[in-house]
Design a protein around this ligand. Structure first.
Ligand code: HEC
Length: 134
């Protein structure tokens, strides 16, 4: 099989796989990162995602206490209720889905809308709210 043949096969297989996991499609693909409905999902599932993807910059408890990576503008303390009360769930959703720049924050905070489903972002929000009890 030549190169084009392989590429064609790969596209075909990718199509089959994505058809099977249609419910797990990225938030960007399904709703273009527009927050809708109840934005607080399953905090326990959000906790797993957070440890794997977010804790290196935000710290495991949102405090930015243990940060692995240097950032010119470090993330703010998400365990501070006073700060977190100033942010709506819709803002958190947009920040996660579209990234920092989209909400006027540091571009070091990338958008995750390509990687997470709408439900996973809501799970993350539920978990993050737990840091401050807000
Ligand atoms: C590479 C480091 C990095 C990673 C990884 C990261 N963030 Fe951020 N995050 C930042 C920075 C930097 C900011 C913005 C700081 C500023 O401009 O105030 C930010 C801002 C935010 C905000 C805006 C609200 C706030 O705290 O002020 C949310 C919500 C957020 N991040 C959630 C997440 C979630 C959820 C994940 C994992 C899916 C994640 N972040 C992964 C660095 C990161």
């Amino acid at each position: 099989m030549n190169r084009i043949g392989f590429a064609g096969l790969a596209v075909l297989l990718a199509g089959l796989v994505s058809a099977q996991v249609a419910e797990e499609q990225s938030a960007l693909a399904t709703d273009n990162c527009v927050p809708a409905g109840d934005l607080r999902g399953d905090a326990a599932r959000g906790a797993e995602l957070h440890l794997e993807n977010c804790a290196e910059c935000h710290g495991a408890s949102g405090k930015t206490d243990v940060i692995v990576m240097h950032m010119d503008v470090p993330p703010k303390d998400q365990s501070d209720p006073e700060y977190m009360r100033t942010l709506t769930d819709a803002f958190l959703y947009l920040a996660v889905c579209q990234g920092g720049e989209a909400v006027g924050r540091s571009a070091v905070m990338q958008g995750w809308g390509d990687y997470f489903s709408d439900q996973q972002i809501k799970d993350l929000i539920a978990h993050m709210r737990g840091f401050s009890g807000t």
